[in-house]
Design a protein around this ligand. Sequence first.
Ligand code: PHE
Length: 357
Amino acid sequence: MSSRSEAPSSSDAPSEGLIETLRASALAELGEASDGGELDEWRVRYLGRKGQLTSILRSLASLPVEERRTVGAAANQLRTALEEQLQARTDELRNALSTAAEQLDVTLPGRRGHRGGLHPVTQTIRDITDAFAAMGFQTVEGPEVELERYNFDALNIPADHPARDLWDTMWVESPDGEDRSDMLLRTHTSPMQARVMEKTDPPVRVVVPGRCYRYEATDATHEWCFHQIEGLAVDEGISFADMKGTLYEFARRIFGSERKVRFRVDFFPFVEPGAEMAIDCFKCNGGGCNLCKQTGWIEILGAGMVHPKVLEGVGYDSEKYTGFAFGMGVERIAMLRHGIDDVRLFAAGDLRFLSQF
Ligand code: PHE
């Protein structure tokens, strides 16, 4: 003990006390090391060439013989102990890792990522155009910004015709702010009748889905922007019976094979005769309910034989060719099929609504 106080720098001189202190801190830190990197740092700190224990071993030479023996034995014992503990801690961490790996059940099915879907209006358009495709109708599309000529004139709706009042129209302004009195956002898909016939000789069989616009206040059943599907078939010898058969088949494909259809006279300037088609209510099977407003019937489209003036207007010989046309609102069909009570939901962009389809 007296020799210890004689050592040149007593606090740094190796002693059994210093070794015990080192042991305590080394073991405590080792217990906190949690990965390979930290274990390595620990090893360098205590057992490395410049490590704390290594420097104790180096400085043993400066001790008196007696102390060198006891302190040296303690230091060597600590080195063995630390090496053993390092190995033990390494094994422990490795085991913990492999246990975690075993807890991961790689045979579980993966989590599904979020998948988008088609908008219910798009779905309905596809179902309807598919139904007509099966009957030989091609799907074509046309411009939403339309010439007055196609939207009205070519459809036998002259400038002073009262039928123009039926459509509240969004006229297009030119960039300088002046009204382009000959351009508008189309109020229906019917302008495509003339556009298709101008480009094609008979026979014609097309359906035309697309957006339409009307200047009107929105409510549960009216939107200023909505979709229609137009249909047109022109050939030699096409009769009203062909129209009824085609639309009956469409109704059965979309609303169920047990559907019945009803045709009643209606007026559109571009058809003669004109008709509206209703299906028997699929909710009450015609008995009367809130969906069919107690009538047993649900109106779903306008139709008729293409007016001779429309055929002549595109250069078709109306003595040789006849045809039928029809038009329906897509949102209305989608609302009926899915029991949706407000048309404004379609364009509201609310995923809680859209993800149901
Ligand atoms: N275009 C008419 C409308 O918007 C529907 C229609 C199309 C009627 C074709 C008859 C023939 O109401």
